[in-house]
Design a protein around this ligand. Structure first.
Ligand code: SAM
Length: 348
């Protein structure tokens, strides 16, 4: 972090020209660290069974309105080996917290993908156990995505997030100690979230052994206790993204698909203009995608065409090197970029 940059509540609230300067600074930090390259991964959502009951998530186990599915190995392997879009360099496998799917579908899928393709593999499977983490790694996955969600134990428990916050943080540290590249993250704009709590996310993230971090706007999930709560603000989320980028220029920061739900038509492009350097294309087969319900059924699906158009529109280019390969070969570069004061509008 550059010494002149400080996380502050004032930055959360920036709008207009001052906000543009903040975002431009973040984009400049990403450019200095990563060049114009943006990593492009595909996500497949393999199971919506979930043993957890997160109040904000549509896949929570108490949601009886959902048709539960586990994708079949053969349904996905053919798609990923022979029919994936050519620009994809990495695969992210995501599920509700479902160890059965991990054993029966995810691990064989990782083995096949690693054997038959050059794709790097990330997983986002929830809080599992030591043995499963090792089996996933032995199969060939190298990046684990596991968000700490909120930085405060009481709020974490009120939201019924997995286990306790302390346990979630211990999982993150365990994964990193086992050689995983760990990406974590938090949610901006949750009901009743204060600026103080939002700012505490940065301190929690800063203390963790992370390779990347995301911030997602809160999206009120269908059939959840928070279904009637307002959507998290896109501006607030983007300001958090910019602050993350300026705090850690070296982190990989995704433009999450929920940006498009918080800001239809503009969210994704604005994420790329705020220092994001990873985008995700959805390859979940359409017959099961509708039931992978984090938020609502009318999801905005990022196709290859939409992604490539968004990247090009921002003067960026898709990386041909996979994120997994980038992590494997990168020389750690902790150098910070010069940060301009976001209030210095004349220097925008
Ligand atoms: N079950 C796994 C886990 O707990 O990590 C992975 C799947 S879970 C659906 C992935 C992420 O979705 C969560 O970490 C959470 O941050 C995010 N999520 C779920 N519901 C959300 C909502 N309503 N708004 C914003 N993010 C949400």
């Amino acid at each position: 972090m550059h010494e002149s940059f400080r996380i502050s509540a004032e930055l959360l609230g920036l709008r207009g020209e001052a906000q543009e300067v903040l975002h431009a600074n973040a984009a400049a930090a990403a450019l200095a660290q990563f060049g114009r390259k943006v990593f492009l991964r595909a996500v497949v959502e393999v199971s919506n069974y979930c043993r957890e009951n997160c109040v904000y998530c549509g896949m929570r186990r108490d949601n009886q309105t959902l048709t539960r599915f586990r994708a079949q190995y053969h349904q996905l392997v053919e798609l990923l080996i022979h029919h994936r879009p050519p620009s994809v360099t990495d695969l992210n496998i995501q599920t509700g917290e479902d160890p059965v799917a991990v054993r029966e579908v995810v691990i064989p899928l990782i083995q096949a993908v690693r054997r038959e393709t050059p794709l790097g593999v990330s997983v986002c499977l929830g809080s599992l156990n030591d043995g499963l983490y090792d089996e996933l790694k032995a199969a060939g996955a190298t990046i684990y995505i596991i968000k700490f969600e909120v930085p405060d134990e009481k709020t974490y428990q009120r939201l019924e997030a997995p286990g306790t916050l302390n346990e979630r943080l211990e999982h993150i540290k365990l994964l990193a100690s086992k050689g995983w590249k760990v990406s974590s993250g938090f949610i901006a704009g949750l009901p009743n979230q204060t600026d103080e709590e939002l700012l505490a996310n940065f301190e929690t993230a800063r203390q963790l052994p992370l390779a990347g971090c995301s911030v997602s706007p809160f999206i009120p999930g269908e059939a959840t206790p928070l279904a009637d709560a307002p959507t998290g603000s896109l501006d607030l989320t983007l300001n958090c993204m910019a602050m993350l980028r300026l705090m850690r220029p070296d982190w990989v920061i995704p433009a999450v698909s929920a940006l498009n739900l918080a800001g239809p038509a503009s969210g994704y492009g604005r994420g790329l203009r705020t220092g994001a350097n990873l985008v995700t294309m959805n390859l979940t087969p359409s017959d099961i995608r509708g039931d992978y319900l984090l938020y609502k059924r009318d999801r905005f699906i990022m196709t290859e065409e939409r992604i490539l158009t968004a990247i090009e529109a921002e003067g960026l280019t898709p990386s041909r090197q996979s994120l997994a390969e980038f992590y494997r070969t990168r020389k750690v570069n902790g150098s910070a970029v010069p940060i301009r004061d976001p209030k210095t509008i004349s220097s925008a």
